[in-house]
Design a protein around this ligand. Structure first.
Ligand SMILES: [Zn+2]
Ligand SMILES: [Zn+2]
Ligand SMILES: [Zn+2]
Length: 273
């Protein structure tokens, strides 16, 4: 399974808009891995998780063929994960080539928000099939399946993690989240992951309720390994960083690599074999 990290920032991006803090200034100066766009991941070039406002940038930078996407999964409705305005670009009159319905999966709020944008443009017109998913429901993929799992991130909606089995490999897309609830750990207990992707929005802050801080990432990493949920030789990757953490890519590497955790950057690509 090929995993491409298209964006690796939290909502504000790095450097953040309207911010002249030390970290944002350094990010501008250093460029490269310090420049982070809003988070999304592509699996095998045909399954995309979330559709942030930087999707156009991702397409151009990575030369993505968005028409190769066969499944679009949404974790939740926050604007760094769902920019429904740009989904309109797949409707007749905007694209000249798209002609089949793209299956989209998300919670009730995500589906409602997308539907409202499409309805304002005459509806889905055969270009999307919108599917509301609930925790633990099974989503069929052409080469595997996905299962949404509940997580505490925003009390106003059912935010979802995704367990995905694709081409014989198993992965957990673990954010946005605070520490995982017991029921999610319980569902995962018999699984054997090749890859887990976690978020570290809060950096050294003690806050870990609706987003993970460094401590929560390290604890989750340890539990995935200790409980045997992560396969021997499996990978843990951390992403979704905020400038508020005031940490550079190399700072995150120094913190996480001793624990066997890889630090994602925009454009990072993994081959899970
Ligand atoms: Zn987010
Ligand atoms: Zn800043
Ligand atoms: Zn969020």
């Amino acid at each position: 399974m090929k995993v491409r990290f298209l964006g690796t920032a939290a909502f504000e991006g790095i450097p953040a808009m309207f911010c002249g803090c030390e970290l944002c200034k350094k990010a501008f100066e250093l460029g490269g891995k310090e420049i982070r766009t809003r988070t999304s991941v592509m699996l095998d070039d045909d399954l995309k998780i979330d559709f942030p406002p930087d999707t156009f940038t991702h397409m151009v930078r990575e030369r993505l063929d968005l028409e190769a996407i066969r499944t679009l999964l949404f974790t939740h409705s926050h604007s760094d994960h769902l920019y429904a305005e740009d989904l309109v670009a797949r409707l007749p009159g905007y694209t000249r080539t798209a002609d089949s319905p793209l299956p989209v999966y998300g919670n009730e709020l995500v589906v409602t928000m997308i539907k409202a944008k499409l309805d304002a443009e005459g509806g889905a017109q055969g270009r999307y099939s919108l599917n509301r998913v609930r925790p633990y429901s099974r989503i069929e993929l052409h080469d595997g399946f996905a299962v949404p799992l509940p997580v505490v991130h925003d009390p106003m909606e059912t935010c979802l993690l995704y367990y995905i089995e694709k081409n014989g490999k198993a992965m957990l897309y673990g954010h946005d989240s605070g520490t995982f609830p017991d029921e999610t750990w319980d569902w995962l207990k018999d699984k054997k992951l090749d890859l887990a992707i976690l978020e570290c929005t809060m950096g050294h802050s003690p806050y870990r309720k609706s987003h993970m801080n460094i401590e929560a990432v390290l604890e989750t990493n340890a539990r995935l390994r200790d409980d045997g949920i992560l396969k021997d030789g499996g990978s843990v990757v951390v992403t979704h960083f905020s400038h508020n953490a005031q940490l550079l890519h190399t700072d995150f590497q120094a913190i996480f690599e001793p624990h066997g955790i890889q630090v994602a950057y925009d454009g990072m690509q993994l081959e899970i074999e």
